[in-house]
Design a protein around this ligand. Structure first.
Ligand code: AMP
Length: 191
């Protein structure tokens, strides 16, 4: 079973590359951002809570987010039989520790963390472009600044966390999308 964490700042290409990875390796895609946006669209209680954080560029509290992920895993046991690509989770050290426990309880583990590395100025340009193209509400200049701040403070320490476990694979996330995918496939094929 392949369990891949796709890791990187907002705008680093996690969603784009996840689509290619699931196609080639038949993994199940879990994007916590997509799960939350779907709840917002459907007007659920969770969606209403999540919106308050997302619109400010802040993270949903760990305990809530960990519970959501456990539910998604439990509801998709069949779909996840070849493994999962985790996109947007974990975003904090407590989430990473919870993921370890959740996977261990299900008899599996994180196989690799693919870190998409992109310079900050390019991240901002990509996010603003995506905001124009998709109308995504948190892809505006004001929210981008707080999302990047949150990334630096709460999420980027995960890089060292996974380096320490020998699971982190840095990938240059700039340039041609196909070339970036080729570098990712090169890592996954060796697992
Ligand atoms: P994304 O689509 O991954 O960029 O996520 C969009 C927003 O959803 C983030 O800015 C957070 O507010 C929230 N979110 C997504 N995943 C998580 C997570 N693992 N922990 C906390 N908040 C999250």
């Amino acid at each position: 079973m392949l369990n891949i964490v796709i890791f990187g700042a907002p705008g680093s290409g996690k969603g784009t590359q996840s689509e290619r990875i699931i196609e080639r390796y038949k993994l199940m895609h879990i994007s916590t951002g997509d799960v939350l946006r779907d709840n917002i669209r459907r007007g659920t209680q969770l969606g209403q809570t999540a919106k308050q954080y997302i619109d400010k560029g802040q993270l949903i509290p760990d305990q809530l987010m960990i519970g959501i992920l456990a539910d998604v895993l439990d509801q998709n046991r069949q779909a996840a039989e070849h493994g999962v690509i985790f996109d947007g989770f974990p975003r904090t050290i407590p989430q990473a520790e919870a993921l370890e426990t959740m996977l261990a309880e299900r008899g599996t583990a994180v196989s690799a963390v693919i870190g998409l590395e992109v310079p900050e100025q390019e991240l901002i340009e990509r996010i603003l472009l995506r905001g124009k193209q998709t109308g995504r509400s948190d892809d505006n200049l004001e929210t981008v600044q707080s999302r990047l701040q949150v990334y630096h403070n709460q999420t980027s320490p995960l890089r060292e966390f996974y380096v320490g476990k020998g699971l982190y694979h840095p990938i240059n996330g700039t340039g041609d999308i196909d070339e970036i995918f080729a570098s990712i496939a090169n890592v996954i094929d060796k697992l």
